[in-house]
Design a protein around this ligand. Sequence first.
Ligand SMILES: [Zn+2]
Length: 147
Amino acid sequence: MFRRIRRRAMEPTEAQREFAELHAQLQGQLPPGVGEPAPEPEPTPPTAVVDDFLPPELRVPSHDQVEGKMMPWSQPLVLDGEMVVCVECGAYRAWLILATRGEIWLRCRAGHHQRETRIDTAWYNRHSGPADATHATFEDCLRHLGR
Ligand SMILES: [Zn+2]
């Protein structure tokens, strides 16, 4: 009598077996990721190439973190014989030149941004010295450069 009770207690019940079978079936059917929390949305522009098959900790830092470089450019910037002027306020000097995601952006003293397609990352690298500091955010970097 004792042995029989003990054996029954250790065996899975019919309901447990059914559940285990169902569970195994469902595991093969559900696409990966279902039931897990959705990943954090990346603050990237829609045109950017997103490495969305990597877990968040392996993703490249966002634009606001480290993926950009910037340098001050105090003199007028002349490209193709033409002086670059801020389209919003007409500033022509005291630029910050930003290199990010293969694009070059200019930021005037007043904080306007405009994309500059006449120069590229290679141009930036030729004209910039080695980075003297790394900043967690774009704003930190601006502060470092006295903006
Ligand atoms: Zn401006």
